[in-house]
Design a protein. Structure first.
Length: 456
């Protein structure tokens, strides 16, 4: 009997899973393996919300494999050591896994390849498992990646995507390989009270329900903060319970008009960031394009940073966004832009401080998209207008015109009617209740930012 190992990482599904399909084609038995990597734990990346969602995903994956006659094998420890041990226990000749783009993923792959080679096991790494188009598959003349989204989108749209792999009917797992218990959500302390349920089953159900009701209107409503009509599929893309290839195929074949096209464009943004970070791994922590910023120090801005984190800035749409993050471990896409712009440009605080806070709480917290979106907003990334500053009052009135999003998350202003909720400092004192005063006048913040960037 020939045996292959499939190492699951951020691809926790059985539908459209090229490594699993390849392993099943090449071997009689397969060991589906997930390693609770102590290397990731050491970085602090396994924050409570993601750990809880991950536990849901692993339980759902184990259930899907058991429905097919298999099971998930879980081990804890250094990933290379554990994969090598499992391969030796079952006599595997191949290990299959999805390609990654972060520096950590590249180092993991290199160590795995070398370690497995020494014991006569081949590592096979598969592209287009966590992205629709592989990083580096399309490049401009004279460069290893696209630095501007629009030309990337044009090339990306011309690529022929691979076909969707059907979920396997049967997965045979050797009895000889032991497993730790699959972790459960209850093991995680400090999770957000409104955290969504993880797992492929939940993701596919969410996708079907949202696509039927909201995909066609996505172009018109994805910035509607109160309407909450976005897909909310980002956690499932982060953990790989849904396939980006399948999402693009489904959106293109749904006959959803501009809504489907707009959704595909957002999926392309995700691939765009993956190809940037694959080419520039240091952009996860260093400015992609330095603007020679002299950010306020964390010590000097401590009170402002604390107020931002807790939703006490005095700007209702920003505070609503930060309170949604605390409660759900998730935030509306437009709200993320506003919260990030306010911290990095209005308060002139280093984008890395904000990115770290988001990673502490976001269930979809992703080194690729979180860091590069923060850089885009801060003007140190790929934005072609690096000095734009989003005005939270103007943006609030535009994308939450009746103030429903603000009132949902800022109960102190719950009795304020309509768009007046975006400028509480203009209200009589008794109508503002205990809502905090503004940290800074927007004009003062803008002038400070312009001076810092040499544009005053």
């Amino acid at each position: 009997m020939t045996v292959a190992v499939v190492l699951f990482t951020s691809d926790l599904r059985v539908h459209d899973h090229p490594p699993l399909r390849a392993a099943l084609r090449s071997a009689d038995e397969v060991v589906p393996l997930f390693v609770r990597d102590t290397g990731i734990h050491a970085t602090g990346f396994d924050a409570p919300n993601r750990a809880a969602f991950l536990a849901d995903c692993l339980n759902d994956l184990d259930g899907a494999l058991r429905d097919r006659g298999g099971r998930l094998v879980v081990r804890s420890g250094p990933v290379v050591r554990q994969v090598r041990a499992v391969a030796a226990e079952c006599g595997a000749t191949e290990v299959h896994m999805a390609a990654g783009v972060t520096g950590y993923a590249h180092r993991r792959e290199e160590r795995l390849r070398e370690g497995l080679r020494r014991q006569g096991v081949e590592l096979r790494v598969h592209d287009t498992v966590t992205t629709a188009v592989a990083p580096g598959a399309v490049t401009p003349a004279g460069s290893d990646h696209y630095a501007v989204f629009t030309p990337y989108f044009r090339r990306w749209s011309q690529e022929r995507l691979r076909d969707i792999c059907p979920a396997p009917r049967t997965v045979r797992v050797p009895d000889s390989v032991d497993s730790e218990p699959v972790p459960v959500r209850e093991e995680s302390d400090g999770i957000s009270p409104g955290l969504a349920t993880g797992g492929e089953s939940a993701g596919r159900e969410r996708l079907s329900r949202w696509a039927r009701g909201h995909l066609a209107e996505y172009e018109d409503r994805h910035d509607d903060m109160a309407g909450d009509a976005t897909s909310r599929l980002s956690p499932h893309l982060h953990f790989g319970t849904l396939s980006p290839v399948e999402l693009v195929h489904r959106a293109r074949h749904a006959h959803a008009g501009p809504g489907g096209e707009a959704f595909v464009r957002q999926l392309c943004w995700r691939d765009f960031h993956h190809q940037v970070l694959a080419a520039r791994p240091d952009a996860s922590a260093a400015d992609y394009r330095s603007r020679q910023d002299r950010w306020r120090s964390e010590e000097d801005a401590a009170e402002d940073i604390a107020a931002w984190r807790e939703g006490r800035t005095g700007y209702p749409v920003v505070d609503a966004a930060m309170r949604q993050l605390l409660h759900e471990g998730w935030m509306h896409n437009r709200a993320r832009l506003l919260a990030a712009s306010f911290l990095s440009k209005t308060l002139y605080v280093d984008w890395r401080i904000g990115a770290r806070h988001f990673l502490d709480l976001l269930v979809d917290g992703d080194v690729v998209n979180n860091q590069l979106n923060w850089q885009w907003v801060a003007g140190t990334g790929t934005d072609t207008r690096p000095n734009r500053v989003l005005n939270p009052v103007v943006q609030g009135k535009r994308f939450d015109p009746q103030g429903a999003y603000v009132r949902r998350w800022v109960p102190e202003l719950g009795e304020v009617k309509g768009g007046a909720v975006h400028e509480p400092w203009r209200l009589p004192e008794d109508e503002r209740a205990d809502y905090p005063k503004r940290l800074i006048d927007l004009g003062d913040g803008l002038e400070r930012f312009k001076r810092a960037r040499g544009r005053s």
